[in-house]
Design a binder for this molecule. Structure first.
Ligand SMILES: [Ca+2]
Ligand SMILES: [Zn+2]
Length: 356
């Protein structure tokens, strides 16, 4: 008998509520001249003896440009040293001229969601497969990535992070988009001051990301958007909070990796921005050029390479249910400095001091 832990509720696009929260990267006409390198587990993968911890398959639509493929694969490769799944992740990549909104460079979404009857919550298919250790949708893609062809002339397709002025770093944007397919997606929406939540055929159910959206800068946070009776579905109260600039991602792993005294802050501007609100980190707190957690802010500068999700981005994925590989930082010994017995030959720590 087939296990029934995960039940397929075929939520194929264009299912409202999922497509609309496909995270788009918004282009900013500003040269940041900055580079955040890939995590050390990738940079020093040979020294560390690391291997990819998931396999992947990309199905390229004929529209996808040949010159874009190496950077696209490199974006997946970096992720493959960070997330673990014994089920291959299938990605469909295409290039199109779409009109999701102004200045959207690209977008991505999970192609399907599976509900876990133990918590009545939808999980993006790649995560559901990793948790279930089982292929759930055959040869269909798990993540759809669409690159807007109107920006063809503005991409930098190199993988070295030396993004010239006037160009957007393709690898960066693809790493960002893939994160939406991995789980940076929620079910909230706002129309004319009424906030809604839940997706799928009735009864509507939350997505796993929803569970971590808390009101106010506290952890633990009892004032959860999903659980609190103060913000019911289809209410002005929920709308008010969705646009409050005061929503935080209140997962335990993310809290432990925070670099401020408050939980990771989500992007929740006063006007609801479909595709941007809540599914990103706050752009003011994390969007400064060079901020190591800036991959998941909604805006992308020119001459800006961010090849790491940062501790916060990675820990958010861990809170959502992914098994992750810790980001280890190695500082190589400096030539000319004597090392006496008892000293370690190098310092090894994560960026917050924990060795994983
Ligand atoms: Ca699959
Ligand atoms: Zn996004």
């Amino acid at each position: 008998m087939k296990p029934t832990f995960f039940v397929l509720l075929a939520l194929l696009l264009p299912f409202k509520g999922i497509a609309q929260d496909a995270g788009g990267s918004i282009a900013v006409d500003f040269n940041a001249f900055t580079r955040v390198p890939p995590p050390s587990v990738f940079e020093f993968r040979d020294e560390l003896g690391r291997q990819p911890t998931f396999y992947w398959h990309v199905d390229y639509d004929p529209s996808f440009l040949e010159e874009a493929k190496p950077a696209f694969e490199q974006a997946i490769r970096i992720w493959s040293y960070l997330l673990q799944s014994s089920v291959a992740i299938r990605i469909h990549a295409k290039r199109d001229s779409f009109s999701m909104g102004p200045n959207i460079l690209a977008q991505a979404y999970a192609t399907n969601f599976f509900v876990d009857p133990s918590d009545f919550t939808y999980y993006p298919v790649a995560l559901a497969e990793a948790k279930r250790v089982q292929e759930l949708n055959g040869v269909n893609s798990d993540i759809e990535v669409i690159v807007d062809s109107r920006y063809d002339a503005l991409w930098y397709y190199g993988s070295d992070g030396i993004t010239p002025p006037g160009k957007y770093d393709f690898l960066t944007v693809m790493m960002h988009e893939l994160a939406h397919g991995f789980g940076f997606a929620h079910s909230f929406s706002d129309t004319l001051g009424i906030g809604r939540r839940g997706v799928g055929p009735p009864p509507l159910l939350p997505m796993i990301f929803d569970k971590f959206c808390g009101v106010g800068p506290t952890y633990p946070n009892a004032n959860n958007l999903l659980i609190s009776p103060n913000y019911p579905d289809s209410s002005a109260a929920l709308s008010q909070q969705l646009r409050s600039n005061n929503i935080h991602f209140v997962g335990r792993n993310t809290w432990e990796m925070r670099d401020t005294s408050v939980p990771a802050k989500l992007y929740a501007p006063p006007a609801w921005k479909r595709g941007s609100s809540l599914s990103h980190l706050d752009s003011l707190m994390y969007g400064t050029p060079g901020n190591r957690n800036s991959l998941m802010v909604p805006y992308r500068n020119k001459a800006e390479a961010v090849h790491s999700p940062g501790e916060i981005g990675l820990e958010m994925l861990e809170d959502l249910g992914w098994w992750t590989n810790r980001i280890i930082t190695f500082t190589k010994p400096v030539a000319g400095i004597d090392i006496s017995l008892g000293d370690s030959l190098c310092n090894a720590s994560t960026e917050n001091g924990l060795l994983g």
